[in-house]
Design a protein around this ligand. Structure first.
Ligand code: P53
Length: 481
């Protein structure tokens, strides 16, 4: 019997442009939605689209402006990734570096050059680039002038973007993801898709117009990717994490089923090539119309993704009982508390077995290779007397998840291409804007207020992950303390 991970298993780490690059106004870069989300109490209403915020103001601090300044540190950072033995590095391309406003005819050469250098640096160390084309970002100009993704013209601008990328990086980049956590449209529409609601509009209707346009854009990207280079592998990407019923009451089971379907909806279209029946029926009942045009159905059907990628941090719990839901906690993904699970310092419930469950669900549903492109623990790291970060809690979290991931592969037969941990290097939190919520194997000296030298240093988990990669996931042991 074949055991363990495949020989060419892609161990790696992940980041996103706006959370690590900084250099928001360098190299001709334009402004994006993700730049203008501040840290602090207004962040929640802003990322969920309830507050219009399309520029900077003096009352707020904007952590993405500088982030960890990877724009200037990428060579040093990639050298550390290579030292850890990473086989792949997942990063995203800031749309506004390539098309600063989004609707130009010609791309910005300085932006292309930046990513070319970054990619060449990875290839120098035999690190396979894994590119997220859109990680939550949308040029502000497209929001102001076109209404963002609610406007079908934006699909053409996206096609322009991907066509430039596939041609420029042909033969260098093989793995592409069209949209990060595409289901985030429903949960954090401004951060997830640059969506700002207008007064009195039917928000659900708008979300599904946006969804339709992103789904078309994703199918077009898949088509163009395969035309430019048949070697290209294109994936969809979902914020995964199974919803469990709060009790065996069939009403709770049904609620969990519906919550799962709501999330799967997007990748059902991207992977199976058509709107699922449950969604069509429900949208019809709610009076929500999908702006189908001639040829859309064929396009979606003919250009489905090659693999399914996902983030997994936590499972979730659903209840049909309004009294239980009143007590529901959580920021972006609301969830009933699961009494069987411990939670992180940010209240994210830790569920390694749920990882195996989620992988089984996804593999059963799509029968396509999976790629875990985010998993990790956001925690406060405090240096010890010698200035070292002894992050046993992070190693524990990852170890437990790698164990269940291995079970999904070895015992359940899930076809898995690779695993990239989230925040391979400390970066700005998407949900809260904090630096303090750290995920990395590499510590970055910077705090929530933007103070710090930006110096990089290795945490204890750095050596642990190196050992995991060297042993292809066989040696997960470590000594505590
Ligand atoms: P942060 C919520 C739930 C699941 C995934 O999140 C999420 C979020 C956003 O808060 O986002 C993904 O930084 C996302 C990354 C993000 C990461 O999870 O809030 O793809 O950009 O940083 C972790 O702790």
């Amino acid at each position: 019997m074949e055991m363990g991970f495949r020989d060419d298993f892609l161990w790696g780490g992940a980041t996103a442009a706006n959370q690590c690059e900084g250099g928001y106004d360098e190299g001709g870069r334009g402004l994006a939605n993700v730049d203008v989300v501040p840290i602090g109490e207004d962040r929640g209403p802003i990322i969920t689209g309830q507050m219009k915020h399309l520029d900077f103001d003096d009352a707020h601090f904007y952590p993405a402006k500088k982030a960890i300044d990877m724009y200037h540190h990428f060579k040093e950072d990639i050298a550390l990734f290579a030292e850890m033995g990473l086989k792949t590095y997942r990063f995203s391309i800031a749309w506004t570096r390539i098309f600063p406003k989004g609707d130009e005819q010609e791309p910005n050469e300085a932006g292309l050059k930046f990513y070319e250098e970054l990619i060449d640096e990875l290839l120098k160390y035999d690190i396979e680039p894994l590119v997220t084309i859109t990680h939550f970002d949308m040029p502000i100009h497209l929001i102001q002038e076109y209404g963002g993704w609610r406007n079908r013209e934006v699909v053409d601008f996206y096609e322009r973007l991907v066509t430039v990328l596939f041609n420029r990086f042909k033969g260098k980049v093989k793995y592409w993801l069209t949209f990060n956590e595409i289901n985030m449209i429903l949960h954090a529409p401004f951060m997830g898709a640059g969506l700002v609601f207008e007064e009195g509009e039917n928000q659900e209707q708008v979300k599904y117009i946006v969804a339709h346009h992103e789904l078309l854009a994703s199918a077009i990207a898949t088509k163009v990717a395969h035309e430019v280079d048949p070697e290209n592998m294109v994936g969809c990407m979902i914020a995964a994490g199974q919803y469990y019923p709060n009790t065996p009451n069939p009403a709770d089971v049904r609620q969990a089923q519906m919550d799962n379907q709501e999330n799967y909806f997007f990748i059902d279209v991207q992977s199976r090539g058509e709107y699922p029946a449950y969604a069509l029926k429900q949208l019809e009942r709610e009076g929500i119309e999908i702006p189908f045009e001639e040829g859309d159905k064929e396009l979606l059907k003919e250009h489905t993704v090659d693999f399914i990628s996902f983030s997994y941090y936590s499972s979730r719990v659903s209840s049909a009982d309004p009294k239980v839901n009143e007590k529901t906690e959580g920021n972006i993904f609301a969830s009933v508390k699961n009494p069987y699970l411990e939670a992180s310092e940010w209240g994210w419930q830790i569920d390694p077995l749920g990882f195996r469950i989620t992988m089984n669900e996804l593999y059963d549903r799509y029968q396509k290779p999976l790629f875990v492109v985010e998993n990790g623990l956001g925690a406060i790291d405090t240096p010890d007397a010698d200035g070292n970060i002894v992050d046993d809690y992070r190693i524990d979290y990852l170890k437990q998840h790698v164990e269940t991931m291995k079970e999904a592969v070895e015992l359940d037969g899930v076809d898995l291409l690779g695993y990239t941990t989230w925040g391979v290097i400390d970066l700005v939190s998407a949900g809260t804007g904090e630096m303090k919520k750290r995920y990395g194997f590499i510590y970055v000296d910077r705090d929530n207020e933007g103070n710090g030298t930006l110096a990089r240093s290795k945490k204890k988990s750095f050596d642990w992950y190196k050992q995991v990669i060297e042993s292809n996931g066989e040696d997960l042991d470590y000594t505590k303390g």
